[in-house]
Design a protein around this ligand. Sequence first.
Ligand SMILES: Cc1ncc(C[n+]2csc(CCOP(=O)(O)OP(=O)(O)O)c2C)c(N)n1
Length: 334
Amino acid sequence: MLETLDERLGLDDEQLLGLYRRMLTIRTFEERVKYESSAGTVLGPTHLYIGEEAIAVGVCAALRPDDYITSTHRGHGHAIAKGCQPRRMMAELFGRETGVCHGRGGSMHIADFSVGMLGANAIVAGGIPLATGVGLAIQLKQSDQVIAGFFGESASNRGPFHEGLNMSAVWHLPVLFVCENNQFGQYTYASQVMLVENVSERAAGYGIRGLTIDGNDVMAVYQAAREALEGIRRGDGPVLLECKTYRMEGHNVGDELYYRKPGEMEAWKQKDPIVRFRACLQTWGALSAAQEADITAEVQAEIEEAVAFAAASAYASIDTIYDDVFSSDYQVTP
Ligand SMILES: Cc1ncc(C[n+]2csc(CCOP(=O)(O)OP(=O)(O)O)c2C)c(N)n1
């Protein structure tokens, strides 16, 4: 963990606290979603991002507001880190008209184009070719925007990973491929289905740069993403950034985790990204006890309000069931 003042990476106290607040917002949001899912208020399969917050927050902090991301079935954290409002996210999970997709998408199909969040995806590795396509669109527009495509390590065993990385590499597309290696693919240890230790080794197969970092260290993620994005924005082509982390919950809400090795969770709890970053901030004198209490209370109040907003919102009218499903034309927004 980074522990000296030099390793604040040029961020001032306010920016550092912003990272902390965003991680805590994701954690608090997800803990509430777990409760609401179990209570039956949140409908449909729900995959939590608890334990992986440093990745979304670190990467998105290195992006500009006009950059894009694609996401996965475990996408709530990506959406919040890119700027989606928790209340409209919660309303979406409750299936309400005020949700980011007017209640039609739910957990695995969250998208909010207004903040560059181009969509979660229920198809494992489905976001990778989309990120490649957006990279091509950016290149054709001769823009200096970039896209970060998030995916899990198991997605790297699927064909779209190969095709997306190869095409992006050959055409030098402005894509940061962010692999969240949380050790599991659904109910299986990743090590049982892949023989490479690090997914980043696969970058060599496409002639691009790959690196593996500690995905539970938000500063390490921010630093690696910022550095990679500088080159990508210059036109150097894509980078594969693998962030090692741990899925602290089951694959989905309700997964009883009978397959998890005893003691493993306890060991990873010592590396909890929020606890670690809080300790760092305290060491740097950037977070007093009073500030910590204030931020915790504010985040809790925001999530309470999000639930109240969602619960008070109406379901979409049945008359609008086909809205936004079919398109007679399409438009590429600059
Ligand atoms: C094409 C496809 N195959 C299988 C599934 C079922 N499935 C959902 S999530 C998942 C595991 C994905 O693991 P990983 O990509 O590592 O992401 P993580 O869940 O660990 O975040 C599987 C097999 C699916 N949704 N899509």
